[in-house]
Every structure is written in structure tokens, then in C-alpha cells.
Design a protein around this ligand. Structure first.
Ligand SMILES: [Zn+2]
Length: 384
């Protein structure tokens, strides 16, 4: 069996559903023909000249990256533009480019799970869970002969859609009864006589925002003047998807040791790993967020963690966060913190298309910071 680009994209989009991407993001296939065969795939964090060259030299038909190549509005990809040149290079070499960005961040498992696993942190849940779609449950009794018509009408109006399935329903047979009072116009039975009928009870879930449309469809399709139905709001559970992860280390260790653990676990970079907080502060509960995670500083505080590992942190937010009693902060190179995801994405493809695609992870160090110099003269606050 030969896998096509479409097969690889399907595997990746099952693991990292595009619907999980933030509204401003640009994810999915940038270039490549879905009908063409794929034998070799390279996975990297950044779509830059080094990784594009690595993919072409390896004879890959697909480069998968975490960061998008074209995030803002693009009117063309001329070869004399740095990004356009990469698109040309890939297409001429017969290779596609696929990006899984904030959809890979929010997916379960996703980018921050890979980071947590690398650090030896056992994940208990997302740091910022995504809101789960609010659902209602509708239960309605329908005369047996009308079941198919009512069920179809409910399904057409948006009920019974669960994940990749539509028309999902549960039914049970029972007996309904009514006594038509003077002024009633019953479809069956007579005024003043108790009538009993074989009925089917249909239960379906529906997105809460479709409630009005579903009830209108119910009233239109149901043969009774007053259909008997129950409508319940489902309890809203916390999602397993969302940005960042919270978890626990196997045992308590001081911040200085935890920082060394992070440095050992991630690929080395010119700037290395730095931490903010008391070096002796005991660390057990940890939050992590691959990529620039300063927007989740407040979430890390309310999660009650001892340390928060992320990237691209700045002086003032860090200083103010610590002054307010927030958890210790560990700042890693953005590239290094997201690199563990590459192996996760590789296993997604290997698991879905076993034996047909050769998948490898790029070791190009695409962290833009290339020089680090530190001359430590001592001081009161920090240590090396
Ligand atoms: Zn990133």
C-alpha cells in the first residue's frame, strides 16, 4: 500500500483537529498535492531554510512543522520573497508543507504534553481548558409510525450530531396515553375517552445553540398538537483539550535541581534555561506551556503550581508575577520547548500509516538565538 499526502494529512488532522486552532491562526496544508504519494516525511518546529533544505535533501515528500509559514494575509509567493522562496523550493522538489500550530497546542495529547513527558511531569489536565460545547438532551415520545420522519427532522435541524457521526439517537418502546378534553382536536382517539398508544421515545443530544431550530423542527414534524418532550441541559465538564498542562513530578526537588532537569531534558541552546524565584523553593506541582506562555501566567498562579515552564518571558511581567507571590518561572528557548512535539507528531503518522511512510524528526537547531555569553560576577539575588 502506498500512502498519499491526503492520508498523512488525515492522520495529522485526526490527532490535531483544525477546529481546535485559535481564530487568528493559519493551519493545514500550505502546499502539496493531496493525491501524490508520500514515502518520507520530516517533522520540525520551524518552516525555515534549514529545515526545508533538510527535507529536500532527505527526499521527503512532506515537511510537517509546528509554526505556520504564512500567518498573515499573503497575496503571492514570489521566489524573491524569503517565504515565497521556501514554497518554490518545496514545490520544485515535489514536497508539501503542512502546519499544525495552535490546534497541536490544544489537542490531547498536544505540544505541552510532549514537553511535560520530556520533563518527567505526569499530566493531570490542561492549564487553560477549552470551553466544552454546551449540550442539551431532548427526549420525545412519538407514535411508532412517525418515528423515522420525526427522527430525520430532528437530525436535519442539528440534533444527534456527535463527533464524526450524525443521526445519533436512542429509542425505546412504550405506551402513551391521553384523555382529549372538550375543544381538543386529537389526531387519534375521541373527546372524553382515554386513549392509549404504542409510542417510541427518542433521545438525542443537540448543541445548545441549535435548541430553537431543533424545537421548531420537532413541532413541525410531530403529529401531535402538544408533543410531550423533556429538554435537559447537560452538566458542563472540563475539557481535556486546551493550552498548557498541569502535572506532578515524581518527587519534590528544589528549583535549582528542577531547572537542571529541564536543561537536561530539552535540546541545548545558546541561551540555555533560566529560572526566576528562590533556588531552594521546593517544586512538585508544575505547569508547562510550549511556546510563548506569558498569557497564562495568571492561570499558572490560580492552578496553585510550584513552577511554570514556558518561553519568551519578559522582565516586567516576571518581576511583577514573583512580587505577587506567583510560582517560580522557568524560561526555555521557544524552539527547545516545542521540539519534543516533533516525536509525538511522528508517532501519529507512524501509528496511522504503519510501514508505508518513513518519518524522521529534524535536528536542525532553528532557535534564532545563536550566541550566549554570561560573565557572572556574583550578586545577592541569583546563583549559577
Ligand atoms: Zn511556538
Amino acid at each position: 500500500m502506498t500512502a498519499t499526502l491526503r492520508d498523512v494529512v488525515a492522520a495529522l488532522e485526526t490527532a490535531y483537529p483544525p477546529a481546535l486552532a485559535e481564530s487568528w491562526d493559519a493551519v493545514g496544508l500550505v502546499c502539496g498535492n493531496p493525491d501524490e504519494p508520500v514515502q518520507r516525511v520530516l517533522i520540525a518546529v520551524d518552516p525555515v531554510a534549514e529545515t526545508v533544505e533538510e527535507a529536500v535533501e532527505a527526499g521527503a515528500q512532506l515537511l510537517v512543522t509546528h509554526h505556520p509559514l504564512l500567518l498573515r494575509g499573503v497575496h503571492g509567493v514570489p521566489a524573491d520573497d524569503p517565504k515565497g522562496a521556501l514554497v518554490h523550493r518545496l514545490i520544485r522538489a515535489g514536497a508539501g508543507l503542512f502546519c499544525a500550530h495552535t490546534n497541536a497546542d490544544s489537542a490531547d495529547p498536544g505540544v505541552s504534553d510532549a514537553l511535560a513527558v520530556a520533563l518527567g511531569v505526569t499530566v493531570t489536565g490542561p492549564l487553560a481548558p477549552r470551553p466544552v460545547e454546551a449540550l442539551d438532551t431532548l427526549a420525545v415520545a412519538v407514535p411508532v409510525r412517525d418515528v423515522d420522519r420525526v427522527l430525520d427532522a430532528l437530525a436535519e435541524s442539528g440534533a444527534g450530531r456527535v463527533g464524526a457521526y450524525s443521526h445519533a439517537a436512542w429509542t425505546a418502546q412504550g405506551t402513551g396515553q391521553f384523555l382529549p378534553l372538550p375543544g381538543a382536536h386529537p389526531v387519534a382517539g375521541r373527546v372524553g375517552e382515554l386513549a392509549r398508544f404504542a409510542e417510541t421515545r427518542i433521545e438525542m443530544v443537540l448543541p445548545r445553540h441549535r435548541r430553537r431550530a431543533v424545537l421548531e423542527a420537532l413541532h413541525a414534524a410531530h403529529p401531535y398538537q402538544q408533543p410531550a418532550y423533556d429538554l435537559h441541559e447537560q452538566v458542563e465538564l472540563l475539557a481535556s483539550t486546551g493550552l498548557g498542562r498541569v502535572g506532578e513530578l515524581p518527587s519534590v526537588e528544589p528549583l535549582r535541581e528542577f531547572t537542571a532537569r529541564v536543561a537536561r531534558a530539552l535540546p541545548s541552546t545558546a541561551w540555555g534555561v533560566r529560572a526566576a524565584g528562590d533556588p531552594n523553593h521546593p517544586i512538585r506541582r508544575v505547569a508547562v506551556c510550549g511556546g510563548a506562555g506569558d498569557s497564562l501566567l495568571a492561570a499558572a498562579c490560580s492552578a496553585g503550581v510550584d513552577a511554570y515552564v514556558t518561553s519568551d518571558l519578559r522582565h516586567h511581567p516576571v518581576s511583577e508575577h514573583l512580587a505577587a507571590g506567583g510560582p517560580a518561572l522557568v524560561d526555555v528557548a521557544h524552539w527547545a520547548g516545542e521540539w519534543p512535539w516533533c516525536a509525538q507528531a511522528a508517532s501519529v503518522i507512524v501509528d496511522a500509516l504503519a510501514g508505508t511512510v518513513d518519518v524522521s524528526v529534524s535536528h536542525s537547531r532553528t532557535d534564532p538565538w545563536t550566541v550566549g555569553a554570561a560573565e557572572f560576577r556574583g550578586g545577592t539575588r541569583g546563583e549559577r
